[in-house]
Ligand binder design. Structure first.
Ligand SMILES: [Fe+2]
Length: 480
């Protein structure tokens, strides 16, 4: 169940608190004293049909009542990330439900439902923000026209104390390459003027998902990796909602988290953590995670590592643009982009790392100085190295010469690094990196780690005498 953790740094002291999110899922499970609500990775026994992808089924429940007898309610156990809409802090997973929380004491406030405002069946846990607070997100819909990917926008301010999600709009809808087999996505990219949706070949066979119980199959049978299909980048003007008639393709790959995206001299630079294999989505199952020793190593060894890559997308392609030649004229990047037909450009990435990153198991959970450098040219990103199933090092990449700085201590597992700028920061990396470090070898050995973001030297640790689970995403805010 989602547990919210908070480290408060004030007057030279660090205090810690945690609270379970009081979701309906939490309440129901608590009343029964066992898991009765199915989750993304949890099977509420004895029903074999309920598992990680039930969120995609909510449509069938709403639209097609006959199906509802075997379709579960989407969960409201929002355990993936903290997000912000109209200045309100919320916690999110990928269903239609999010919860507003009080950032001061982590109390659960109201439950919000995207479907009350727009026709989407959920939204990602990774919205992007304009400097004025406008939020962009993406969610699927499964209406009469079949599955659609939707770009949504939440205005920055409340008018007359209205609901947090009041005023949300669907900016545009994109047809999946195959209507009954839309792609799974965990996030998307945003530059100053564009939203980029990455349609990757991790596919959902909606018919298989819906009929799994009748066929006595587990739900994840309906999720598959199709390496024969290319990955497509769809570019959308975020001011007008217009979808580019040109699509950008690359070979099959999977990507969970974007690093940054920005426009430069008529090109859109798209930086993200990519794997060559999308099969691994099925390897984070509870039955696998419960293994230990060699069996757990075996699970880990089947996972494909993620590495940071840059794609360069030419924005001004016309009927005069020559086919078959590399259009990337930027001396700063070795990525290539070749127009191969009227409406298609094929891209090949540039690695945003040197060979040394292999020895850290690649990089995931990327973070940047978001406030000042998101959608802009930038030099640094941070992340976790993954030599295990969870992060086991903290990394800083300098894009100028692709060199790494590393924090690592054997047996310690740091969470996603959160960059906090210095109050009067002038340089991009003037600030600190915060990360929550857990260790299974020491009872109650959890600590908040602070690194100097510039040097990656350790500045201090604040120990808390609790055992904490390894978490996904964190955020930093200042309050009076
Ligand atoms: Fe994520």
């Amino acid at each position: 169940m989602a547990m919210l953790h908070q480290f408060k740094i004030s007057d030279g002291q660090v205090t810690y608190r945690s609270r379970f999110l009081r979701s309906d899922a939490y309440t129901k499970n608590h009343e029964q004293d066992r898991i009765v609500m199915s989750e993304f990775g949890t099977l509420a026994m004895p029903d074999p049909c309920k598992n990680i992808f039930q969120r995609f089924l909510s449509h069938f429940e709403i639209q097609s009542k006959p199906f509802s007898f075997f379709v579960a309610e989407p969960t409201d156990n929002a355990n993936v990330s903290f997000v912000k809409y109209k200045g309100d802090y919320c916690v999110s997973t990928e269903t239609n439900f999010i919860h507003k929380v009080n950032p001061e004491n982590l109390e659960t406030l109201e439950k919000l439902d995207w479907t009350k405002f727009i026709a989407v069946n959920g939204a990602t846990a990774h919205p992007h923000y304009d400097p004025d607070g406008t939020a962009y997100n993406m969610g699927n819909s499964y209406g009469g026209k079949g599955a659609m990917y939707n770009i949504i926008r939440v205005p920055p301010e409340k008018t007359n104390d209205t609901d947090t999600l009041q005023g949300v709009k669907v900016l545009c809808s994109i047809l999946p390459k195959e209507k009954s087999h839309p792609s799974y996505y965990h996030s998307f990219a945003m530059s100053e003027n564009y939203v980029v949706f990455i349609e990757q070949p991790i596919k959902m066979d909606l018919l298989k998902i819906v009929t799994c119980k009748l066929r006595g199959k587990a739900l994840n049978e309906g999720i598959y990796w199709d390496p024969k299909q290319e990955t497509a980048f769809h570019v959308i003007d975020k001011h007008t909602g217009k979808i580019s008639s040109l699509t950008y393709h690359t070979k099959a790959m999977s990507a969970f988290h974007q690093i940054n995206a920005f426009e430069e001299d008529g090109f859109l630079m798209l930086d993200m953590c990519c794997s060559d294999d999308g099969q691994s989505i099925n390897n984070y199952r509870l039955q696998d995670l419960r293994k230990s020793g060699e069996a757990l190593d075996e699970v880990y060894n089947t996972l494909s590592r993620a590495f940071p890559r840059r794609f360069v997308l030419p924005l001004h392609v016309t009927s005069d643009t020559p086919l078959g030649q590399n259009l990337n004229t930027l001396p700063s990047s070795k990525a290539t982009c070749v127009q191969i037909s009227k409406d298609k450009v094929f891209c090949q990435h540039e690695d945003l790392h040197g060979d040394d990153l292999h020895s850290y198991g690649g990089l995931e959970f990327p973070q940047i100085n978001y406030e000042r450098y998101n959608t802009r040219p930038y030099r640094y990103f941070y992340g976790c190295g993954f030599r295990h199933l969870v992060g086991d090092s903290l990394l800083k990449m300098d894009l100028k010469d692709k060199t790494l700085k590393v924090w690592h201590q054997s047996g310690f597992y740091p969470s996603e690094p959160v960059f906090v700028p210095s109050p009067d920061a002038r340089e991009e990396d003037d600030g600190v990196i915060l990360s929550v470090v857990v260790t299974p070898s020491q009872d109650k050995g959890t600590f908040l780690l602070a690194l100097d973001a510039k040097t990656f030297e350790e500045m201090g640790r604040a120990y808390v005498s609790v055992n904490m689970a390894y978490g996904f995403h964190g955020t930093f805010n200042t309050s009076a």
